[in-house]
Write a protein that binds this ligand. Structure first.
Ligand code: 3PG
Length: 338
């Protein structure tokens, strides 16, 4: 090799060497995004595995916090997270303030009343949900609860059937639609009230459209609640409404306990011996109901409407994909704090 050639090759080496160091430096500076999966009520293992697979394939690091008992654990885990996937976990101002790097929080599910949206917006954090992903699971539970109530909580006595009974859907979203599909199979006559849904969309499902909420309760022996909890719906299911229900009234709540005016619920139990209340989560007045109205209620110990492996997979994987799309394509399709 002559001198000139050797100088060229040395330069090439130097350039390569330099590039190598530059790349390493760049990688070192570009920290991997950390995605926290924070679920006090854990997803099925298959869902956790699927979520991790999607996020890690996109080059993100995943951290799992399950079954935590103290808020401090969530604050600690969130402190360096770029994104958080949650279920009914509370993401309040404390969590949002502690999570200094947070860009997005995804509620793997429908209701996002557990996220402090005002603080998230003020801090520039995007909040999303995964609409429709767990609705079939919730709908199946609502129907199962109706059968359970109709058969006197499976106590062996002679009960009644759902066939031919009138079912009122209070609010008409993904879960209601799925309830209606199953309830049609049971031979129920279905009515729906939702001020935000067109008459045509409800009637297209073979459901009677009701434009007055009082009318829904007056008409239907079974009423299934499906509204979100917000300033308008909080404590909106009160005695005035419940007392309109015909004989054999059964209220099914797979929405939120906060939509019930509990003093009205207790009054309904006291004044209407035919009334039953079946709910996915206990009301605050559970001990009073248990003490006086035995056999006319059932409450799940922990909210379990969406607690199926199918729903966990659907909602969890959708959340993971939404995070990838958010960071790679700036996709904010499911943002709820726009
Ligand atoms: C929802 O809003 O999606 C349901 O209430 C399910 O909640 P969960 O994920 O806590 O079971």
């Amino acid at each position: 090799m002559n001198r000139a050639m050797s100088t060229i090759s040395t330069h090439r080496e130097m350039i390569r060497h330099g590039e190598f160091h530059l790349t390493r430096k760049k990688l070192k500076n570009k920290k991997m995004k950390k995605i926290l999966i924070a679920t006090e009520k854990p997803f099925a293992k298959s869902a956790v595995d699927g979520i991790k697979k999607i996020l890690e394939a996109a080059g993100f690091e995943t951290v799992l916090l399950e079954n935590y008992a103290q808020k401090a654990e969530l604050l600690q885990a969130a402190s360096d997270a770029d994104a958080i996937i949650i279920r009914s976990d509370i993401v309040d101002a404390d969590v949002l303030n502690a999570a200094k790097n947070l860009k997005i929080v995804i509620r793997a599910g429908a209701g996002y009343d557990n996220i402090d949206l005002a603080t998230a917006t003020a801090k520039g954090v995007v909040a999303m949900n995964t609409p429709g992903q767990n609705s079939n699971a919730v709908a199946e539970l609502a129907m199962g609860m109706m059968v359970f109530a109709a058969r006197n909580n499976f106590n062996g006595s002679s009960g009644t059937e759902l066939k031919g009974k009138k079912l009122g859907l209070h609010a008409f979203g993904y879960v209601s639609k799925a309830v209606a599909t199953i309830a049609h199979g049971f031979g129920m006559e279905i009515y729906a009230f939702d001020p935000f849904v067109d008459k045509g969309a409800i009637e297209a499902e073979g459901i009677h459209y009701v434009d007055d909420v009082n009318e829904l309760y007056k008409t239907c022996q079974y009423v299934s609640l499906h509204m979100p909890v917000n300033a308008q719906t909080k404590k909106s299911v009160n005695f005035d409404l419940l007392s309109l229900m015909p004989k054999g009234a059964t209220l099914v709540n797979t929405a939120r306990k906060e939509v019930i005016a509990e003093e009205g619920l207790l009054q309904m139990f006291a004044e209407r011996a035919d009334f039953k209340y079946i709910s996915d989560v206990e009301p605050d007045c559970k001990s009073l109901i248990a003490e006086k109205f035995s056999g006319r209620f059932y409450f799940t110990l922990k909210k379990m409407g969406a607690q199926t492996s199918e729903a966990n997979n659907n909602a969890g994987l959708a959340a993971a994909r939404q995070i990838v799309d958010f960071f790679t394509k700036n996709d904010t399709t499911f943002q709820v704090n726009k």
